[in-house]
Ligand binder design. Structure first.
Ligand code: F6R
Length: 600
């Protein structure tokens, strides 16, 4: 949560910082600010609200060639101008932006800052005030910065400027993502390469507990032992156009439409010239030799994990448990003798999942991360990584990453089955090709789905999704999509479970969306629909060709049984999108959320 950016170079920095922050808004968007430094001092602009509001607030007449910026998702203190970053020390000599959570900020405050009048409720202000206290003691900014950073526990990506120094941005990182962007006559620091792609595609990775002295022509990385480190730069593989909306009104719609291409890309990336599955042999071995798989994930990725369990158990015959990351940390089940942990995470930065990874690594268990961001924390810290190849996902509501996760899990399940000598009557690449075509057909039916959203969801305050077997798991994802972007209270239920209590909530007109794509439960799920209709529900059935019946609201093309979730989720994504649109909601940036959840 929160994104930071810093620039030191030759050009006017305001626009470079603001454009960078716009690309980081997915990390949080409740308040924002920048601080730029010139001969006249440090000029801070901050607002409660989005970067668009910050743009309006920034004084166009101030020109500077160095500065720092921040977009916030509040953790300590409400979203307000006072709590927005940058924060300054009491004399205003030092100015800081920070992403992360300082766990010992109260201890620091009590021990070192008793006499300091704090201006905000944030843990961040503690850092900048501490630096000033240490500077008064040491009379050396770099030493004061290092001493303060060494005292911090928790996560941080920090950039600090000094009103007396026109040459340096002081940087530190622990657990929160941070990269240095390299340029000719300038350097940058940013939470994500996307924030600097408008000026450079060359980056340096930073490791936890490193600090950096960033100057126009110099990047000095210092490790926790005080030794200078040299590191090779890498080229960001993201195409700048991938992070633009183009002609689409919203990123979410663009990303829904991209799903067929993502599935085809996955087929290409995971297949060799002999049409065999291309996979790191170490992953194959780890899958083949473990006695149980523990999938750890959150939110949408957890929903993909539930389907991954079905693929792996049904095809590869290995028992799988799926756990919500935030629960697993303190509620660890009895583990098997030879477990393999599989972390599913679009961003690769989810703090809840990382906390489990840290614990299971300590226990010595191998870990595989399935992520859209190969250089991310979960990817770096796991033993193995499988890449989703979905391209940047900007809309907060995950769509193409979810279907990519399922496609990669299906390939992994088939590969494991083959490695174990299990004969399968299932060619994943061919079946995924059919899935991609089916997705394309669905994304061409937007008008129909928009109409369904209008008919069923324009005025309602709640909605239920029901299904059986794998349709139930897709219903969970459908309900999450709908609630997070339209604010309609939506819940997913196993069709047979509704009558054990929840059916009490069905009133005249309550929308119930049922999914019927599985032959073995086609009859029973339709029975559940009758039950809610008898109690006044306004029901719709989304079925699959071949299992459809007269009166079904929408029919998806026929695909292999196991892979139906990749296709049946598309109408749910589009219905949610249009429901949010009709309710005038901010589709790409729903309230209270952030794309990358880096706090536990
Ligand atoms: C919902 C959504 C979230 C994420 C969850 C985990 O649309 O995107 O539920 O799935 O926050 O994030 P990752 O996958 O980055 O670990």
């Amino acid at each position: 949560m929160c994104g930071i950016v810093g620039y030191i170079g030759q050009k006017d920095t305001k626009d470079i910082l603001l454009s960078g922050l716009e690309k980081l808004e997915y990390r949080g968007y409740d308040s924002a600010g920048i601080a730029v430094r010139n001969a006249g001092g440090v000029h801070v602009s901050k607002v409660k609200g989005r970067i668009a509001a910050l743009r309006e607030a920034v004084n166009e007449d101030v020109h500077a060639t160095m500065g720092i910026g921040h977009t916030r998702w509040a953790t300590h203190g409400a979203p307000s101008r006072e709590n927005a970053h940058p924060h300054q020390s009491s004399t205003e000599r030092f100015t800081i932006v920070h992403n992360g959570v300082i766990e010992n900020y109260m201890d620091i405050r009590n021990q070192y800052l008793q006499d300091v009048a704090l201006q905000s409720e944030t843990d961040t202000e503690i850092i900048v005030q501490l630096i000033e206290v240490f500077y008064n003691e040491l009379n050396d900014v770099a030493a004061a910065f290092r001493k303060a950073v060494e005292l911090l526990t928790g996560s941080y990506a920090i950039a600090l400027i000094d009103s007396e120094d026109s040459e340096t941005i002081f940087v530190a990182k622990n657990k929160s993502p941070l990269l240095v962007g390299l340029g000719d006559g300038f350097n940058m620091v940013a939470s994500d390469s996307m924030a600097a792609l408008h000026v450079t595609d060359q980056f340096l990775e930073l490791m936890d507990k490193e600090t950096v002295i960033l100057r126009r022509g110099e990047v000095k990385i210092i490790d926790p032992d005080g030794q200078q480190v040299t590191r090779e730069p890498f080229k960001a593989e993201i195409d700048a156009t991938d992070i633009e909306k183009g002609t689409y009104p919203h990123f979410m719609l663009k990303e829904i439409d991209e799903q067929p291409f993502v599935i085809r890309k996955i087929i290409q990336e995971y297949q060799n010239e002999n049409d065999e599955i291309k996979l790191d042999p170490q992953i194959r071995e780890a899958m083949k030799t473990c006695d149980r798989i523990y999938i750890i994930a959150a939110g949408t990725s957890y929903h993909a994990g539930l389907l991954g369990k079905q693929f792996i158990e049904k095809l590869a015959n290995i028992p799988v448990e799926v756990h919500v990351a935030s629960e697993f940390s303190y509620n660890m089940p009895h583990l098997s003798e030879k477990p393999l942990f599989v972390y599913i995470s679009q961003s690769g930065e989810t703090a809840d999942s990382r906390s489990v990874l840290v614990q299971t690594k300590k226990l010595g268990h191998p870990a595989l991360t399935i992520t859209n961001v190969p250089g991310s924390t979960l990817s770096r810290e796991a033993d193995y990584t499988m890449h989703l190849h979905a391209g940047p996902e900007i809309a907060v509501a995950s769509t193409k990453a979810y279907t990519a996760q399922m496609a990669v899990l299906a390939i992994l399940a088939v590969d494991t089955a083959r490695a174990k000598g299990i004969e399968l009557d299932f060619d994943p690449m061919q079946e995924l090709g059919i899935v991609a075509n089916a997705m394309e057909a669905l994304t061409d039916q937007k008008e129909e789905l928009e109409e369904l959203a209008r008919d069923y969801l324009s005025v309602t305050r709640n909605c239920f999704f029901i299904g059986r077997g794998i349709d139930y798991y897709v219903g969970l994802e459908g309900s999450l999509k709908l609630k997070e972007i339209s604010y309609i209270q939506a819940e997913g239920f196993a069709g047979g479970e509704l009558k054990h209590g929840t059916i009490a909530l069905i009133e005249e007109g309550t929308p119930v969306i049922a999914l019927a794509t599985q032959e073995n439960v086609n009859y029973s799920i339709r029975g559940n629909v009758q039950e809610v209709e008898a109690r006044g529900a306004n029901s719709m059935i989304i079925s699959m060709k071949g299992l459809d019946k007269e009166g079904d609201a929408f029919v998806i093309p026929h695909v292999h049984d196991l892979l139906t979730p990749l296709v049946s989720v598309v109408p749910f994504q589009l219905i949610s999108y249009y429901a949010a649109l009709h309710r005038d909601c901010d589709v790409d940036k729903p309230r209270n959320l952030a794309k990358s959840v880096t706090v536990e």
